[in-house]
Design a protein around this ligand. Sequence first.
Ligand code: ADP
Ligand code: MG
Length: 254
Amino acid sequence: MSDVPAITVTKVSKQFDNIEVLRDINLTVNKGEVVSILGSSGSGKSTLLRCMNWLEQPDRGTIHIGTEQIGINAQTRQPMSNKQLARVRERVGMVFQSFNLWPHLTVQQNVTEALLYVKKLPRDEAQQLATQHLEKVGMLDKQHNYPITLSGGQKQRVAIARSLAMSPEVLLFDEPTSALDPERVGEVLAVMKQLSQEGYTMVVVTHEMEFARAVSDQVVFLEKGKLIEQAPPEEFFTRPKSERVQQFLQTVRQ
Ligand code: ADP
Ligand code: MG
């Protein structure tokens, strides 16, 4: 079992308004790996990530979380019910660019909400998990604050704690630092780096090249919905095969 990948994307294609935004994507994310997804705006990065927890449905192809195919009931081969989907989604945490914290709940309540009402844990257990994960991201001292009192970097760390507290097998990050003031980027990347060192499996859409280079096990590059390059970071950043990636790296280095 241990060598079953955390996520297997097989021949995934997706159209919006007759435009192919994902074309025949194959990608394997092994357990404990960090995979960074790079590419210019509109290349399909968010769509691919959102397919991995069925926020978007591919038109063709399959996605497995461990051995389970997401979206399709294994017995009936019919679409999963919302309840089944919710259960699979618990295994795949998502962190968004825009944090998506509840404004009317405190930091602690933001973390315990899904533990209480989705996982249906007893309150003391939910609070214990919240404490543990807020401590991990350095936000325990703000547990009684409301999101509006926090900086963007602090909000994102709370959003990460909220995801972690659900004990997902994989964490998906969609440009987690893109909405932040430059001086707040580092604290979020530091948390993500720490998670990677603890062995979390992570898929990260990012424009932070240094982070991708230092933390990833694999880097993939999307161009117009096609996965055109995939390599370990050393190779990707020093010896990219495609001209498109060479050009991209030159532009971002300028
Ligand atoms: P990226 O994250 O790389 O910037 P996206 O996956 O968000 O790219 O988008 C890929 C393409 O799909 C873009 O052309 C975008 O406009 C289009 N797109 C994304 N989501 C939708 C949607 N819900 N409806 C229609 N078009 C969409
Ligand atoms: Mg995007």
